[in-house]
Write a protein that binds this ligand. Structure first.
Ligand code: ATP
Ligand code: MG
Length: 286
């Protein structure tokens, strides 16, 4: 029988849209109806399972799913026998400790003897142990940020992205416990057929990620500037250089990392580059 890799993704919520987008950009074709539990991918040996994010590490450990996409925060909290295969560069957030704004925070020792409300008891426990602080952990599953206001706890540990939820609940962020992003996890010892599918998928995901982090760049320059410009934007192997109709000028094509993009543009201009065009790349394979 041919192998099919079963991948669990979030049924609805903050991870879902980008998880689906990544799989679609990796060339997987499937339809995802609203109340579907499963979807068959038409052109790749993958089946998708739509689950609550908290349940995904358990399903992967139990081998109901072979792999899953979940927040790193949930993966660490659940402490299951799953492998982190790849960080996926979306749903970035941090897990932080926050206390009422009126309190004066003196460092981690402020938490000594206090109560912390959280949906992440295992992570908070580890954090407290690491800092040698004894504090109570009050596990609640939602609306953690209201806990101090209603007298349930002195502090909270919850997900923060912009901090606006904390602000509107009179809290301030005092410690970052961990940074998180969506991750691809899998059971540690997949059978050979499934492992091969996972590797093919990973290859595609890498091509999509690499493309996102790079831009295709075209520019015109005087021929004498080519060596210096090449050293600024060496590209994958070397730039493509084509003669322009105008004597003594060339068109140079290369690839540039999104992160150093603006700095490089400045350098290129000062080296004599003109007519710079920057184009998104859809897939990139080294
Ligand atoms: P479910 O119904 O599946 O249990 P949920 O309500 O527990 O969903 P969501 O709020 O959809 O979870 O968040 C899912 C994950 O998205 C979180 O575990 C975290 O990794 C990430 N996340 C949460 N809030 C943010 C945010 N504000 N910005 C970016 N990522 C976030
Ligand atoms: Mg959840």
């Amino acid at each position: 029988m041919n192998s099919v890799l079963r991948i669990a993704i979030q049924k609805s919520g903050r991870l879902q849209e980008d998880s689906l987008k990544l799989l679609k950009e990796s060339g997987l074709q499937f339809s995802n109806g609203r109340d579907q539990l499963k979807a068959q991918v038409r052109n790749f040996p993958v089946e998708l399972l739509f689950l609550r994010d908290d349940d995904i590490p358990q399903y992967v450990e139990d081998r109901v799913a072979d792999a899953g996409i979940v927040g790193e925060n949930i993966w660490v909290e659940k402490q299951k026998q799953n492998q982190l295969i790849k960080r996926l560069d979306f749903s970035k957030c941090r897990l932080s400790i926050a206390i009422p704004r009126s309190e004066e925070y003196t460092g981690v020792s402020w938490l000594q003897g206090k109560n912390i409300a959280t949906s992440y008891p295992a992570i908070v426990k580890q954090f407290l142990q690491k800092h040698n602080v004894q504090a109570g952990i009050h596990e609640i599953s939602g609306s953690v940020e209201i806990a101090p206001g209603i007298g349930l706890a002195h502090a909270i540990c919850d997900i923060v992205s912009t901090g606006s939820t904390l602000l509107s609940n009179g809290l301030k962020e005092v410690e970052v416990v961990m940074q998180s992003e969506a991750v691809l996890i899998a059971t540690p010892d997949l059978e050979t057929g499934k492992q091969a599918i996972l590797e093919q998928l990973l290859f595609r995901i890498q091509a999509v990620q690499l493309a996102k982090n790079n831009k295709y760049i075209l520019l015109n320059c005087p021929n004498e500037a080519i060596p210096k410009i090449t050293s600024v934007i060496p590209g994958m192997k070397s730039p493509t250089i084509l003669p322009l109709g105008r004597e003594g000028w060339s068109s140079l094509h290369s690839v540039v990392d999104e992160n150093d993009f603006w700095e490089k543009i400045g350098q290129l201009k000062s080296l004599g580059a003109e007519g710079i065009l920057v184009i998104p790349i859809e897939k990139m394979i080294l």
